[in-house]
Every structure is written in structure tokens, then in C-alpha cells.
Design a protein around this ligand. Structure first.
Ligand code: DGI
Ligand code: FE
Ligand code: FE
Length: 196
């Protein structure tokens, strides 16, 4: 694995300045949240810096890299290739930055859709992506305040916002997002003890 300074400078070659500032924001927010909720701050920082490494790639490039690496692209991803920047980001983190830690790679891989039974580190990156300082729309401000008090609630509110947004835009919702959301509600109803 490259050093964190090397990763930071190298990542600038993959994304715009604005996106880089967002990524540093996600890394710092993730470290901040880990002070409250736990998780591995070192891994979170690296995951935050790298999570959008593939975000500025064209749809064609994303599909090409995904296919070349044996990633099974589903129907929603083919129709909305931007979704692939997360799994392709994990592929690039491994091939170009030498990241082999599966926890870091999963944070990158699932940061856009989430998934059922996310690890604490995965939840922290997912929430940080939504609330980092350069996200200044009202719902980001609202979820930011919730994240300090209840990480589980922040995850739920963010997902609810995303699903509503996509529905209003008449966009298909990825199955991993739906599975995560439904599972959360199920756990709420049965009051099952969960870790986050
Ligand atoms: O990469 P960021 O902009 O920081 O944020 P992100 O990784 O959450 O990606 C947001 C993009 O992904 C945005 O264009 C909406 C899209 N997206 C997220 N979840 C879904 C989705 N698009 C579809 N069609 N379905 C989803 O479930
Ligand atoms: Fe992203
Ligand atoms: Fe992001």
C-alpha cells in the first residue's frame, strides 16, 4: 500500500479539484465520526480519500474496467453506469494504489448503494459521503446533526432521502439499497439488537 501522502497526491490525477476536496472532507468526517462511534480511523481515512477515485470516469470506461475485472454488472448499473464508480473504485484502489485490505475495499465498493448488514466502517463512509462539509443542502445539514447522536438514524434518514430523490427523478433504485432499507425497517419492528 502506498503511504497516505502518496495516495493523496496520486488521487488528484484521477479526479477534479472539487471532487478531491469532497474526498478529503469525507476522510476527515469519517475520522470525526469514528471518534464518536468507533471503527478504524486509519482505514476510514484511506477509504474516504479513495472512495470516489473512479467518479470522473466515463460510462464506457467504467463498464470496460468492471467487465475486464469480472464484476457482474446488473441491469440497473448498465442503465445508470455512474453506480459503477463504487465497485470500479475498489478495483482501482487495489490495482493502482495497492490496497488489499477488504474492509477498506468494501467501504469503497458499497459507498453509493449501501448494502444489507454493512460493517461499522462501511456505514461511517456511507454517512460521511452525505454529510461532509461541502455538502450544504438542507437534508445534509439535518443528517449531520443526527449523525452525532444516532448513527443508525442518520443512515436511515440518508437512505430515505436518496430513495425519495431517485423516485422523484423516476430513476431505478438499486437492489442493494432496497435490501438495506427493508432490512433496517424489519430490525426496527422486531427490535432486534444490532451493532449500530
Ligand atoms: O459520488 P458522490 O457524488 O459523492 O455520491 P454517490 O457515491 O452517492 O453517488 C451519487 C450518484 O449515484 C448520483 O448520481 C445518484 C446515483 N445513485 C445512487 N444510488 C442510486 C443511484 N442511481 C440509481 N439509478 N439508483 C440508485 O440506487
Ligand atoms: Fe461516490
Ligand atoms: Fe462521494
Amino acid at each position: 500500500m502506498d503511504t497516505i501522502e502518496k495516495i493523496k497526491s496520486k488521487v488528484r490525477g484521477y479526479i477534479s479539484e472539487k471532487r478531491f476536496i469532497h474526498s478529503v472532507g469525507v476522510a476527515n468526517t469519517a475520522v470525526y465520526l469514528s471518534k464518536i462511534w468507533g471503527g478504524n480511523s486509519g482505514k476510514l481515512f484511506v477509504a474516504g480519500i479513495l472512495h470516489d477515485v473512479a467518479r470522473d470516469m466515463s460510462a464506457e470506461k467504467l463498464i470496460e474496467i468492471a467487465e475486464k475485472n469480472g464484476y457482474r454488472i446488473d441491469e440497473v448499473e448498465y442503465a445508470n453506469p455512474v453506480l459503477l464508480h463504487a465497485p470500479v473504485g475498489a478495483i482501482i484502489a487495489k490495482s493502482d494504489f495497492g490496497i488489499t485490505d477488504e474492509e477498506i475495499l468494501n467501504c469503497i465498493r458499497y459507498h453509493t448503494t449501501g448494502r444489507k448488514d454493512m460493517s461499522l466502517n462501511e456505514v461511517i463512509i456511507y454517512v460521511s459521503d452525505f454529510i461532509e462539509p461541502s455538502r450544504n443542502f438542507p437534508d445534509a445539514e439535518r443528517v449531520r446533526a443526527i449523525a452525532d447522536k444516532n448513527l443508525r438514524e442518520a443512515l436511515l434518514e440518508e437512505t430515505y432521502f436518496n430513495v425519495c430523490y431517485l423516485m422523484n427523478k423516476r430513476m431505478p433504485i438499486h437492489r442493494r439499497t432496497i435490501e438495506m432499507f427493508n432490512d433496517f425497517l424489519k430490525k426496527e419492528l422486531t427490535k432486534t439488537q444490532i451493532k449500530i
